[in-house]
Ligand binder design. Sequence first.
Ligand code: CMC
Length: 377
Amino acid sequence: MTEEQLARGLKGVVIDKTESSKIDGKLGKLIYHGYDIHDLAEKSTFEEVCYLLWHGKLPTQKELDDLSRSLAENRALPPQILQIIDLVKATHPMDALRTGVSALATFDPDTEDNSPAANLRKAIRLTAQTATIVAAHERIRKGQKAVAPDPSLNHAANFLYMLKGEKPDAESARAIDLDLLLHADHSSNASAFAARVTTGTNADMHAAIVSAIATLKGPAHGGAAQAVMTMTAEIGEPERAEQWVKDAIAAKKRVMGFGHRVYKTEDPRARHLRDRVRHMGEKYGQVKWFQILSRVEEAMAPYRERGIYVNVDFYAGAAYSLLGIPEDLFIPMFALGRMPGWITQILEQWADNILLRPLLKYVGPVDLPYIPISERK
Ligand code: CMC
């Protein structure tokens, strides 16, 4: 590709090989290392998916137990990180997460060691500690004390425990577990690409994860679930959904939770969250969000012929809301789910590293005479 051949947004550009995940955008299929997302959603857990992505195979019971124990043992944060979280408590939770991971680099014994063994140790620590950062920040900003992790709970249940200070019921814990595993990897998405760009310069894993977190924050990527709930609140009643969508489209606004760079049919992850939101809404007597979202989906049906279908974020926000998770924690939730995928792509990048350095087509002026500052108008 030369400077003359523009690939804006890198649409359709294949940047490397991966064994981590594959999206078939036409068929609406997603696989993690060979396994269909529907099988994993029904039968697997977040910890098992971490193992699959990092080791390229499903674990034996012992391997899964070992990884689960390592994750549980590495959840605690150095006290200085809790102090830093306290200092930045007024910031957006995504910024607190980014700051926390950046600060963790100071305390991690392996920060500068990029060997495969050290990278695996950092993978475990970062996956475990990021959940603690998000939960601790939420509590500290509310004036509460951070809750120490409980090693008897799995990653999802412990997260809810650290967030709320009470052990969650099995269904709530499973809803988070499912949400995390559905978000675990998604090929060359913008944040994973950012992690690869950073790794391409031989920068360490903490640096790459900071890049990924920063990139996930935008509404075109991780911010959509929060925007969907803002939209749901604005619509207010199911019968207002159709007109709201018509007005939004007429005003050339994007309906959040719809459309995808790769999927031109329904995002396969959406089905599982739709089912959860319907089920939890009925269980908790809070069916309005599901009704509004269903009506928005119906109103968006004409846009399917243009390849605009519901994506993972459309029902994720309602699932979080039903679990009592505040709206500005939705992107951090996405980040916690995406950690194993970012890490596996960082590991892949390290395994055969290359500097990611594309070209830009220069369209600015040329040959301008340099005018001394005293003569400029
Ligand atoms: N609502 C209305 N129109 C849309 C939407 C939408 N959500 N998404 C795409 N379009 C239209 C867009 O206006 C454009 O129309 P036209 O050709 O007339 O200008 C056409 O579809 C193509 O849009 P595009 O921006 O060129 O397509 P893209 O592949 O670059 O966009 C996207 C992908 C995700 C940025 C976009 O669909 C979008 O902004 N969606 C809303 C935000 C959202 O839900 N993001 C979460 C994505 S899934 C989570 C993740 O993996 O990060």
